[in-house]
Write a protein that binds this ligand. Structure first.
Ligand code: MN
Length: 130
């Protein structure tokens, strides 16, 4: 059975290192992008099963990137899970409106992160709405 390929879009190297350790220890394959340009370049080459999206990125932010992915027929069926330190009241709604299937708050809880992620892996994107 093919391994699950995850694309993590994140500009903070410390966050990337932590997620990298967790995902690789759990047997996932991981692609990393620091910004929009790197993300689009990687997507030309490989097809991830899920995209983890930092919302605060230099240049094009994660909300905008998610919207662009969702509206692009080539990538619309790849679920996007937001990773955010925002605890603002409207953040969940903004994530949904951008097209995210869900979000995980930072700093991540290393004890629950993999379970949280797993919930989004086997769920068709169409069921995430409302
Ligand atoms: Mn960031």
């Amino acid at each position: 059975m093919a391994r699950t390929l995850i694309l993590y879009v994140e500009d903070n190297p410390d966050n990337r290192m932590l997620i990298r350790r967790l995902l690789m220890a759990a047997g996932f394959d991981l692609l990393e992008a620091e910004n929009a340009t790197q993300m689009w370049a990687l997507l030309e080459q490989q097809r991830p099963d899920v995209i983890l999206m930092d919302l605060h990125l230099p240049g094009v932010d994660g909300f905008t990137l998610t919207r662009q992915l969702t509206q692009d027929a080539r990538y619309a069926d790849i679920p996007v899970v937001a990773l955010t330190a925002d605890v603002l009241r409207d953040t969940p709604q903004r994530c949904r409106e951008a097209g995210c299937v869900g979000y995980i708050t930072k700093p991540i809880d290393v004890d629950t992160f993999l379970d949280d992620l797993q919930r989004y892996l086997n769920r068709p994107k169409e069921q995430s709405g409302s």
